[in-house]
Design a protein around this ligand. Structure first.
Ligand code: THU
Ligand code: ZN
Length: 142
């Protein structure tokens, strides 16, 4: 995002918020809880977590939930989203970036410049990328 200084301390705080979000997940069917924290340009943070249903088609992913939370609190998420941290306990110990559907959501409800921080909760291994790097050459541009 233009002129937004995403310092290390802000990144760390955002990842910390994603850990809090993860505690609020509802994932009895997979047992795989995911937490997300979305940083807005004004400094506010919105949390999201996965909310499953027995019919998996109804499942809300953590990243999407955070965007919906920000939008429902009055933000123009396409303009105001700066960064999102996503944390999950992927077994291989590597940080896991959002799934393909969530990447589409981050682009659609956010923008290509959104900074994505992924951390594995088991190993604390972290990785970072812009949405543009995670979803290059995307289709259906307005
Ligand atoms: N999940 C997310 O919340 N975000 C992702 O990007 C990957 C998958 C959730 C959905 C489901 O509740 C569980 O993780 C297992 O797929
Ligand atoms: Zn997803």
């Amino acid at each position: 995002m233009k002129n937004y200084k995403l310092t290390q301390i802000k990144k760390d705080a955002l990842v910390g918020a994603a850990y809090i979000a993860r505690k609020r997940a509802y994932a009895p069917w997979s047992g795989f809880t995911v937490g997300a924290a979305l940083l807005m340009r004004d400094g506010r943070v919105y949390l999201g977590a996965n909310y499953e249903s027995k019919l998996f088609t109804q499942t809300t992913h953590a990243d999407s939930a955070a965007f919906i939370a920000a939008g429902m609190n009055g933000y123009n998420t396409q303009k105001d989203a700066v960064a999102i941290a996503v944390v999950c306990p992927q077994k291989n110990g590597k940080p896991a970036f959002p799934c393909g559907n969530c990447r589409e959501d981050i682009e659609e409800l956010g923008n290509k410049k959104v900074h994505v921080i992924a951390e594995n909760t088991l190993t604390k291994k972290r990785a970072e990328a812009t949405l543009e790097q995670l979803l290059p050459g995307s289709i259906f541009q307005l």
